[in-house]
Ligand binder design. Structure first.
Ligand code: OAD
Length: 245
């Protein structure tokens, strides 16, 4: 759905005036690249139980099972391409000096689209971290030859993502909070805004004086709070926003 002209003019004005822009993305921005979301129709948490796969306890109980699930997700993501929404955000970053992309996504599609100023608050599925020695590395292979994989020290690495019950990476979270606090405009794209502390960034930005624009195909708990809630897919709305800027 295209945005109406009056709203487009308003967002254009906010975007032009904003010296700092923060963008918070969620699984919805990658949906049109063929990556399932978590909670919508076909969402991962409708088929799989997070407590069986994505908690420190689940991993300690059965690292093989957890890794099979992450390996399947990695293979799926590896075949996906960034869509027009990811590309538009990379372009926006080139145009706005004070730009920060805060993503809950672990898929790496923002990097592949060319975004560089990214705070990955839920980690990165292409990173492995050894549970024994703590060393961390990137492994871009869509399918790992051995599950669970092994670290050089003999320990079992875990996916470099944030699991339920875990804190967010401290430096990254601090940078995300700072970006939200100082943003003059925040775009909230393709997130159900149900998972905290990430969702709290929206209110934080708004309380600190930012204009907040939501782009989502469905209504969320923040829809009624934001300055403009745009019911549209990210791959259509973001390029349109950019065009108008
Ligand atoms: P969700 O699956 O909770 O929400 C996806 C949102 O995207 C929904 O609000 C959809 O309406 C919207 N959506 C779907 N397709 C869209 C499209 N083409 N354009 C725009 N919006 C679209 O995903 P997240 O909000 O990212 O956490 O979930 C947050 C966290 O919950 C994830 O990072 C993950 C999960 O448990 C961890 O793994 C720690």
């Amino acid at each position: 759905m295209a945005i109406d002209e009056a709203s487009a003019a308003m967002v254009r004005e906010w975007l032009t005036a904003a010296a700092s822009v923060a963008v918070l993305t969620g699984a919805g921005i990658s949906a049109e690249s063929g990556i399932p979301t978590f909670r919508g129709p076909g969402g991962l948490w409708r088929t799989y139980r997070a407590e069986d796969l994505a908690t420190p306890q689940a991993f300690a109980r059965d690292p093989q099972l957890s890794w099979e699930w992450y390996d399947w997700r990695r293979a799926n993501i590896a075949t996906a391409q960034p869509n027009a929404g990811h590309l538009a955000l990379a372009e926006l970053e080139r145009r706005v000096p004070g730009f920060t992309l805060i993503t809950q996504n672990v898929d790496g599609l923002h990097d592949r689209a060319g975004s560089r100023r990214i705070q990955k608050i839920h980690g990165d599925i292409w990173t492995l971290r050894c549970t024994a020695c703590g060393c961390e590395w990137r492994d871009p292979r869509p399918s790992l030859p051995e599950l669970p994989p092994r670290c050089g020290c003999g320990g079992i690495p875990r996916p470099g993502v944030v699991w339920f019950g875990e804190g967010l990476p401290e430096d990254i979270w601090t940078a995300a909070v700072e970006a939200a606090r100082t943003a003059e405009l925040m775009l909230v794209v393709g997130t159900s805004a149900l998972v905290y502390p990430a969702a709290g960034l929206v209110q934080l930005a708004q309380l600190a004086g930012a204009k907040v624009v939501e782009i989502n195909v469905a209504k969320t708990p923040v829809s009624a709070l934001v300055d403009l809630s745009w019911r549209a897919s990210a791959s259509i709305a973001l390029p349109q926003l950019l065009q108008s800027a």
